[in-house]
Design a protein around this ligand. Structure first.
Ligand code: FMN
Ligand code: SF4
Ligand code: SF4
Length: 288
């Protein structure tokens, strides 16, 4: 039997979960045991860390950093000694994201988790600009191959660390603080629910920060939003929107599994010119 690996991940809209599952499959292929735990449900599973040979942590890059829920999770981890730890992150682009683990690595180190390997997966962005379905499928297929390579390196305990220059790291830190504050403000004051809502309570159940509740027959949002977009894309009635910031969400919504299974929107209406633009943008990444 190989390693015993425990992976904690946060995924707002499914990309990081997809990568985590591919990494899990690759470990299992190499005869290691690998358990996946969503960070929101991690409290009851923290005791598994002691027996794990390696711990993995996965997250979506938010404003060049890990989302607050992941940083808070790192602070709350039980103290350990030199636990071999790897990080994987999914982002809508590779540009500027190398340093997005810096803060997380420092917080993990304080609790005895030593990061020796980190990897950035370019995945479809879930906000602002819609990627063509063909590119989404290509990125996902590539993630599968990349996961196999990463697992090979992690098993061999090969060191692979990423960083940005210090001025970029300062910019990332500032940008991420602004985004964390902005997420709370948007969640509290700009998230709205239209009359299409049928009070199914899906949003309340799935919000990772328990930021949504129902009061006087109305869906309400609190101060704990991390802008993960999960509630917006999971609402069966497409009733949740961000007032004045509708442009932040994708018109066709974002459901990675539907796209991979050719369900839902057959092909978002992107011109050949745009498809070519995205192909060029990820050419280098996909060739590596
Ligand atoms: C609030 C927010 C901020 C984001 N910031 C970045 C960013 O700084 N760089 C980037 O490449 N992608 C960024 N993205 C895109 C996500 O990182 C990307 O789509 C990721 O794969 C989503 O993963 P998930 O589906 O697991 O949540 C951002 C997305 C959101 C919602
Ligand atoms: S998921 Fe949508 S329809 Fe269901 S309660 Fe929330 S806003 Fe209403
Ligand atoms: S309110 Fe919506 S976007 Fe904000 S944290 Fe909850 S699920 Fe995510």
């Amino acid at each position: 039997m190989g390693n015993s690996v425990l992976i904690f991940y946060f995924s707002g809209t499914g990309n990081t979960k997809y990568v985590a599952e591919k990494i899990q499959e690759s470990f299992i292929k190499k005869n290691s045991s690998c358990t996946l735990v969503a960070i929101e449900q991690a409290k009851a599973q923290l005791h598994l860390i002691e027996a794990a040979d390696k711990v993995g942590i996965g997250f979506p890059v938010h404003a060049f950093n890990a989302p607050k829920i992941v940083l808070d999770f790192a602070d709350a981890l039980p103290q350990t000694v030199n636990k071999k730890t790897f990080i994987f992150k999914s982002a809508g682009d590779t540009l500027g994201n190398a340093g997005s683990t810096l803060e997380l690595k420092n917080r993990l180190k304080k609790n005895g988790y030593i990061v020796f390997h980190e990897s950035l997966y370019a995945m479809p962005t879930n906000m602002v600009s819609q990627y063509p379905n063909s590119i989404i499928k290509e990125l996902c297929l590539f993630a599968q191959k990349k996961a196999e390579q990463d697992v090979f390196e992690i098993n061999a305990e090969q060191t692979r660390l990423q960083n940005n220059s210090w001025p970029l790291n300062i910019c990332s830190w500032l940008f991420s603080r602004f985004e964390t504050f902005g997420a709370c403000m948007l969640g509290r004051f700009h998230y709205r629910v239209s009359d299409a809502c049928n009070h199914c309570k899906t949003c309340i159940k799935i919000c990772p920060t328990k930021n949504i509740c129902e009061k006087n027959n109305k869906i309400k949002f609190g101060w704990k939003c991390i802008l993960c977009l999960r509630c917006i894309y999971s609402c069966p009635k497409r009733a949740i929107y961000i007032w004045l910031f509708r442009w932040m969400c994708l018109k066709d919504m974002y459901k990675i599994n539907d796209i991979l299974q050719n369900k839902g929107s057959p092909q978002n209406e992107l011109s050949a010119k745009k498809i070519k633009f995205y192909s060029e943008r990820f050419k280098d990444y996909l060739q590596k």
